[in-house]
Design a protein around this ligand. Sequence first.
Ligand code: ZN
Length: 247
Amino acid sequence: MDNRTEQLADGVWRIEVGFAINAYLLANDGQGDAEGLTLVDTGTTTSGPRLVRSIRMLDLAPRAVGDILLSHWHPDHSGSAARFVRSEAAPLVHAGQADLPAVRGDDPRPQRRAAAGDVSRLGRLLAGRLRPGPAVSGATGLVDGATLPVAGGLRVVAAPGHTGGSLAFHLPQRGVLLAGDAALNVLWLSRGPGPIRSARRQEAATLRRLATLDFHILGLGHGPVVAKRAQQRLAALADRAQRRGLG
Ligand SMILES: [Zn+2]
């Protein structure tokens, strides 16, 4: 198998779509594309062809992608969603309620709207630069606790912190948690770059909540999968976040 695509569990694959940028492919029936495929995140605007190639290399059909779940609105995750929507697959795109205006193109500079205390000063300076990916006007919202018939059952978990509408996706039958950018695993497991967070006050509580879920494989938006002591390591990260007064 291509070294930039790896299987995490039955019907669950990580696809590296750019430098340390991940998307995840899920088989709705837990094995192939007979009941459709679900994509979690889409990389940047240039990741589309790479994603399509990787899906084909797994002997699956890109046109079977019926749903795209976005962990959040940032352009390195939502970047190729619009392109998929225009393709033969024409999937439905879903995101967290608070991120919907950004994903739909109704809010071109979401950082600017964040409340004081939710965004750092540097974050405000960067606000004009951090733009969502190409708009998906028909995107719909996913709420906390929703369950989808994907790979043995997928549960939507609200994970505000990195953005107000950030989502995590829990596959309890597979022991997998896909947590978007709630944490980062580039070089080491961390909370990621502070300035681009837009709901900082909720971050520690989100990490704590995610760490209570039952999983042994943690897939993040950036960097390799955490497959050893994943739950304990996320709990330790939550502890550190809380000690720094961000709880
Ligand atoms: Zn990201």
